[in-house]
Design a protein around this ligand. Structure first.
Ligand SMILES: CCCCCCCCCCCC/C=C/CC(=O)SCCNC(=O)CCNC(=O)[C@H](O)C(C)(C)COP(=O)(O)OP(=O)(O)OC[C@H]1O[C@@H](n2cnc3c(N)ncnc32)[C@H](O)[C@@H]1OP(=O)(O)O
Length: 289
């Protein structure tokens, strides 16, 4: 119920943004920041993140992503989604730092609700989600991958993945932490979260952050073959199993959603946290020059 209501708000937000859908033979639809190649006969869609330069999860991106996902969820012909980046090299730079820096409390609250919504929708999706990680994927980018049922990462040592929040002077919220713990185990998560570690593909595979590492040019074909394997399982048994495994963790956020938003707003509004974000943003800029 809560999810449906939030979804309606996002749909309204989407129409406020005035995005026009481009429908190409009913097989491809796109808004500005998400491209969907939808093969209805096969029941599979490829969702490509395209929010240049680094696929950061801005409020507009989150809104467009959720609308695209909802379209697929509402069409019972679609059983599986492959999530990837339209720009190889960066899967997603995570949450958009500019949404969390120098804004007002109402904006922080709106943003955080959308971040929660993305996580809940992906984590509880009835569809099979396969993540084709074709680039670097820190923090919120890693979280998005962690919601998927299977993760394939390109074998490029330049790419890293992990929850690096503590390096920015911020804290991974409890549901980021829970999702990570459930994936890699408590000790690995405790160690990696405190140090804010980002792992290259081989290490990420060893720790279980990703399920497979394949040559870069094979990420998409591998994602298709993994999808075929998952599609061979009857939906009802797979979905019931997924729900059994995931519901408790999602419910834990749902029941304290408003408190989590308030925590985020008061945490991110602190002068000390804003200073940390400022320093980190400056560091990103200096890296360039
Ligand atoms: C008592 C306890 C209470 C606890 C309460 C808890 C409450 C919650 C706390 C808050 C939790 C918030 C959670 C946040 C999770 C996140 O996701 S934070 C984001 C983390 N992301 C990163 O650290 C990635 C940063 N970016 C990079 O490392 C690099 O950009 C890259 C490796 C992804 C790509 O490198 P490259 O291709 O060389 O591009 P750049 O030149 O670095 O960047 C281009 C351009 O993009 C800007 N940018 C990069 N990342 C972001 C981002 N995440 N958001 C916004 N903008 C970003 C970068 O600054 C450049 O901009 P300019 O061209 O200079 O304008």
């Amino acid at each position: 119920m809560a999810l449906a209501a939030a979804g309606r708000v996002l749909l309204q937000a989407g129409s406020r943004l005035g995005r026009r859908e481009v429908v190409d033979g009913a097989r491809r639809f796109a808004n500005k920041r998400v491209e969907v190649e939808a093969d209805e006969a096969a029941g599979i869609a490829v969702m490509k993140l395209k929010n240049p330069p680094v696929n950061s999860l801005s409020l507009e991106f989150l809104t467009e992503f959720l609308i695209s996902l909802e379209k697929l969820e509402n069409n019972k012909n679609f059983r599986g989604v492959i999530l990837t980046s339209e720009r190889p090299g960066v899967f997603s730079a995570g949450l958009d730092l500019m949404e969390m820096y120098g804004r007002n409390p109402a904006h922080y609250a709106e943003y955080w609700r959308a971040v929660q919504e993305l996580w809940l929708r992906l984590y509880l999706s009835n569809m099979i989600l396969v993540c084709a990680i074709n680039g670097t994927s820190p923090a919120g980018g890693c979280l998005m991958a962690l919601t998927c049922d299977h993760r394939i990462m390109a074998d490029n040592p330049k790419y890293t993945i992990g929850l690096n929040e503590s390096q920015l002077g911020i804290v991974a919220p409890f549901w980021f932490k829970d999702n990570f713990v459930n994936t890699v185990g408590y000790r690995t998560a405790e160690h990696a979260l405190q140090l804010g570690l980002l792992f290259p593909p081989a290490e990420a595979l060893k720790l279980g952050i990703v399920d497979e590492v394949v040559p870069e040019d094979q990420v998409h074909s591998k994602a298709q073959s993994v999808m075929a394997q998952w599609m061979a399982i009857p939906d009802h048994s797979r979905q019931l199993t997924k729900n059994m495994m995931r519901k408790a963790m999602a419910d834990n956020l749902i029941k304290q959603r408003e408190a989590d938003i308030q925590n985020f707003v008061s945490f991110i509004s602190r002068d000390s946290i804003q200073k940390s974000l400022h320093t980190y943003l400056e560091k990103l800029k200096q890296k360039k020059g």
